[in-house]
Design a binder for this molecule. Structure first.
Ligand SMILES: Cc1cc2nc3c(=O)[nH]c(=O)nc-3n(C[C@H](O)[C@H](O)[C@H](O)COP(=O)(O)OP(=O)(O)OC[C@H]3O[C@@H](n4cnc5c(N)ncnc54)[C@H](O)[C@@H]3O)c2cc1C
Length: 414
């Protein structure tokens, strides 16, 4: 294909790869290039998440998250089944630890029904005890359709299939600059210049920076929220056969420290959601001058602190103190001891924040000149990736021979 493409997709996380697949399926003759800055796929969010296939119970009815989660989960499970990727339907139980949380549990049941998740049901205290004898709660809801999956495996397989079908998918090819030219963009990468008539930005933690580089005034800014996981001791693994979640805080788009069996046979507790000072800051205390400056200049920082200061302090504490983390786990499962916290790993969420400091709660797609930007794709975007890919392909509406343009420099929200 050389270095001239119809469409360039930036980012080889699950969203970028599923988008490339959707474009290729619609028009196999489209010349398509995927540009990834790391030397492997799924190097960031897609490879550092909980590995859960969400069912769609939490999201506001009618939102993109609600619609694309359900559509995407069906496509994801089909793909995993067809391609032999590890995926197990193990179900989920959402547990209210205190009476004050029970109304929120009812909201989740209502949302589930409104979103078309029909298998959700309330468990009686006796049923909860039979199902999870060591988990404590005053009420619980069961979501049998929840599953676990190998997301890096999904990403690797997507990459292999794209390459096998002739798509030019390049690793170690981070986009360093983008220059507008007649009829497209010139993208500079360490593996050479790429000219593309249309660009789709699926850059995750860097998506807002890439959008700005391409002249888009983004309505949101990405703020990194680190999530730490503890890997629990082997003795505990057989005792939790399904996903166990607390009732989430309705004011934030994070689900709270939960228990997750993985397809590798591990049992994880986490993640918390600690504001991070580096976009790829996988260890506590990491910061970059660029991110600090950005936070200082971002009008939303003050609002963020005002709205979520207490929440942020509690989540930071969990990152710094194993005892705090342990007490979050023990709210659900009192039998866990400090020496059951064997090792730790982390992921960093790309969470969009509005200029008033509020956290954006839905997926955000923004059109720019001859480009489309995925500017908020946090959880459940891995579950929803195939549906997001199709949606992005619809929005881009790219046709060979016809230059598809968005309103120049507009940052118009789709
Ligand atoms: C701790 C945690 C737990 C989560 N749990 C779940 C879960 O259980 N289920 C679920 O559905 N979702 C979960 N999520 C969310 C999910 O992982 C993300 O929504 C999803 O992976 C987003 O995919 P992406 O492709 O948009 O982003 P990413 O996977 O981050 O991919 C973006 C890619 O763009 C590349 N890139 C960035 N800048 C450039 C550039 N300049 N040039 C080229 N490439 C570039 C990056 O290297 C990266 O590979 C979780 C996320 C985290 C962090």
């Amino acid at each position: 294909m050389g270095n001239q493409a119809d469409v360039a997709v930036i980012g080889a996380g699950v969203v970028g790869l599923a988008t490339a697949r959707a474009l290729h399926e619609r028009d196999p003759d489209l010349s398509l290039v995927v540009l990834e800055k790391e030397n492997a796929v799924a190097a960031h969010q897609s490879g550092h998440n909980s590995g859960v296939v969400h069912s769609g119970v939490y999201y506001r009815p009618g939102s993109l998250k609600a619609r694309l989660c359900l559509e995407g989960r069906a496509a994801l499970i089909d793909f995993a089944t067809r391609e032999g990727i590890r995926c197990q339907r193990i179900g989920k139980v959402i547990v209210a630890s205190r009476p004050e949380e029970v109304p929120e549990l009812s909201t989740i049941e209502e949302r589930a029904r409104a979103n078309g998740v029909s298998d959700v049901r309330r468990l009686s205290p006796g049923e909860l005890e039979t199902r999870l004898p060591e988990v404590v709660g005053v009420a619980a809801v069961e979501v049998p359709s929840a599953a676990i999956i190998d997301y890096p495996g999904v990403a690797r397989r997507l990459m292999d299939l794209l390459k096998a079908e002739g798509v030019d998918a390049r690793l170690s090819s981070g986009v360093r600059s983008a220059v507008r030219r007649d009829g497209g963009w010139d993208l500079d990468t360490p593996t050479g210049e790429v000219a593309a008539r249309y660009v789709i930005n699926c850059g995750g933690l860097e998506s807002d920076l890439l959008a700005e580089m391409m002249g888009v005034r983004s309505p949101v800014s990405i703020v990194p929220f680190r999530g730490d996981f503890y890997h629990l001791s082997e003795r505990l693994r057989p005792r939790i056969p399904c996903l166990v979640y607390p009732v989430p805080d309705p004011d934030v788009p994070f689900l709270g420290v939960h228990l997750t069996p993985t397809v590798e046979g591990e049992l994880l507790a986490g993640p918390n959601a600690a504001l991070a000072l580096s976009r790829e800051g996988y260890r506590g205390g990491q910061w970059t001058a660029a991110q600090l400056t950005r936070m200082a200049l971002f009008p939303g920082t003050v609002g963020l602190a005002r709205r979520y200061g207490m929440y942020a302090a509690r989540e930071w504490l969990k990152s710094w103190s194993p005892a705090e983390f342990l007490s979050a786990i023990r709210r659900l499962w009192p039998a866990v001891e400090e020496n059951d916290l064997i090792s730790r790993s982390s992921g960093v969420r790309a969470q969009a924040v509005r200029p008033d400091g509020s956290l954006e709660d839905d997926f955000v797609l923004v059109r720019g000149p001859q480009s489309l930007h995925v500017l908020n794709a946090p959880s459940p975007a891995a579950t929803a990736a195939f549906a997001i890919g199709r949606r992005v392909a619809d929005e881009a509406n790219f046709r060979r021979g016809a230059v598809s343009t968005g309103p120049a420099g507009s940052g118009q929200r789709s």
